[in-house]
Design a protein around this ligand. Structure first.
Ligand code: NAD
Length: 440
């Protein structure tokens, strides 16, 4: 894997400042750049104080859900029980590849955030659950953990603080569902990676039944900067009229775009300027047709909607979608949206753990129907059938994989219905079969 693109002048590089700098990967290099100063400070500070700094900073979960990090940490009390911190490094959302770059270039930044987070939630043991396919990031993170142990940063007397912080790196086996936090815990325990019913939330009964906090790579890596520079410093990043979205965010950009890659911007950045200025706009002679702004699980935007949006949690909700993981997928005017959405539904059907019937059956039937429409074999009833299945798949299952499959179908049908209808109209062998589901 290669070097990242040079930082654009309009980016706000905090977490990405050392992307492309191989020296930052080593312990000596990380320390020379101010690394581990925040951990040292934190280990000498009461966990409640750390929780309050993070609360005050406004940091929200960067894995996709945007849950306030300080609040999540404050669920963990000094109750004398064993606590665990899990770092979710299973980044598998289509279009999302930012955590991968954090681990490739600044693995010590992650280790520092993990150790700091463990201290802040009264945990002595933390796990980094890393996606199985992440070969290079896995090697980089393991090397950083080893170096940190050898230097006494981790272990029984972390940085001479008298506190124990152990970090274990666990490699997944390539299942998307294991990025869902409760499936991740089952997988860590050596079970099949099936999601668990919530509540109880992990904060009450998590890994091995103990109170557990699960945070994404980007979230944990941001924390040392906040502890070192203060909540007020972090609050400068964001738009003045939206105190709910604070900080910088890494966005991964892929698809039909001139300059794909990872970009770090202050939340609230105008999406139009992001797409056309930072990312160079569409390829020569093409036009953007649609954008999925937050990984494949969030509603698709038309070009006009995307161009009017602001890149933060509320800005994306305002145009009917979500910021999610920050994986921006761009489609230009050549793209067949039926084919693109069918690809996504096949992904979800493949990755369903099959525990819930709405998901097992819903993702499979949705894919079957999407693919027959794609192949010119669809009928007019198929569109209502898709919407009916989507309704039965949403809000009714243990986790949100099922909803995630339904989302691009529903938003795609709403915004690009004419493309579905054109394919159906071209099906000359069309016969009307009564009943909701017809065999393909
Ligand atoms: P969620 O809203 O259920 O939970 C978010 C976090 O807050 C969890 O850690 C949960 O335990 C905690 N939480 C929520 N309510 C709580 C409460 N009342 N008490 C205690 N803790 C509480 O969301 P989720 O299912 O964890 O995540 C869904 C998101 O994941 C989607 O929006 C999607 O964007 C994202 N996602 C990301 C990737 C990726 O690769 N980064 C992959 C798939 C999905």
């Amino acid at each position: 894997m290669g070097y990242p693109h040079p930082s654009h002048p309009r980016e706000t590089p905090v977490l990405s400042k050392y992307f492309g700098d191989p020296e930052a990967r080593t312990l000596a290099g990380w320390r020379a750049r101010g690394g581990y100063e925040a951990l040292e400070k934190a280990l000498a500070t009461d966990p409640v104080e750390i929780q309050n700094i993070v609360k005050e900073s406004g940091l929200r979960g960067r894995g996709g859900a945007g849950f306030p990090t300080g609040m999540k940490w404050s669920f963990m009390k000094p109750d004398g029980k064993t606590h665990y911190l899990c770092c979710n490094a299973d980044e598998s959302e289509p279009g999302t590849f930012k955590d991968r770059e954090i681990m490739r270039w600044t693995p010590h930044g992650l280790v520092e955030g993990v150790a700091l987070g463990a201290h802040a939630i009264y945990a002595e043991t933390a796990y980094i659950y890393i996606r199985g396919e992440f070969t290079e990031p896995y090697a980089r993170v393991c090397a950083a953990v080893e170096e940190a142990y050898a230097a006494g940063i981790l272990g029984a007397n972390a940085m001479g603080s008298g506190k124990r912080v152990d970090v274990h790196v666990h490699r997944g086996a390539g299942a998307y569902i294991c990025g869902e936090e409760t499936a991740l815990m089952n997988s860590l325990e050596g079970r099949r990676g099936n999601p668990r019913i919530k509540p109880p939330f992990p904060a009450v009964a998590g890994l091995f039944g103990k109170p557990t906090t699960i945070n994404n790579v980007e979230t944990l890596t941001a924390v040392p900067y906040i502890v070192k520079n203060g909540a007020e410093w972090y609050k400068q990043f964001g738009r003045a009229d939206n105190p709910k979205s604070i900080g910088t965010k890494l966005f991964s950009v892929c698809g039909n775009i001139s300059r794909p890659g990872n970009y770090e911007v202050a939340l609230g950045f105008p999406f139009k300027e992001f797409l056309y200025d930072l990312c160079g706009g569409p390829l020569p002679g093409r036009e953007i047709k649609a954008v999925i702004p937050g990984g494949s699980s969030v509603p698709i935007l038309t070009r006009e909607e995307a161009e009017s949006a602001l890149m933060d949690y509320e800005g994306m909700v305002a145009v009917g979608t979500m910021m999610g993981s920050g994986g921006v997928i761009v489609f230009d005017d050549r793209q067949d949206m039926v084919r693109q959405i069918a690809r996504l539904t096949r992904f979800y059907a493949h990755e369903s753990c099959a525990q819930c019937s709405q998901c097992r059956e819903g993702t499979a039937w949705t894919t079957r129907i999407m693919e027959r429409i794609r192949d010119g074999q669809g009928t007019a009833e198929d569109l209502d059938t898709l919407l009916s299945i989507a309704d039965n798949m949403s809000g009714k299952t243990i986790c949100v994989l099922s909803d995630s499959c339904a989302t691009p179908v529903v938003s795609g049908l709403k915004k690009f219905r004419h493309e579905f209808e054109a394919k159906i109209a071209a099906n000359r062998s069309q016969v009307t079969v009564p009943g909701a589901l017809r065999a393909s």
